[in-house]
Design a binder for this molecule. Structure first.
Ligand SMILES: [Zn+2]
Ligand SMILES: [Zn+2]
Length: 59
């Protein structure tokens, strides 16, 4: 029976992970989103749409 070391598989998540993590909808970092694109991508993620993004970085 294989042993699973959870100390390795579960990494610590930094408190500011939301700001540095990539957006699940468009893969831009959250820090690259403005207020409009943040709302847009959260709606995209919630609705499982595939419609691109409106990030300033994408233009
Ligand atoms: Zn996004
Ligand atoms: Zn984007």
């Amino acid at each position: 029976m294989p042993t699973i070391d959870t100390r390795v598989t579960i990494s610590e998540v930094p408190a500011d992970s939301l700001a540095s993590a990539a957006c699940p909808a468009c893969s831009h970092e959250w820090s690259a989103h403005d207020q409009i694109s943040t709302r847009y991508c959260k709606a995209t993620t919630a609705g499982s749409y595939s419609r691109g993004c409106v990030c300033p970085a994408a233009k």
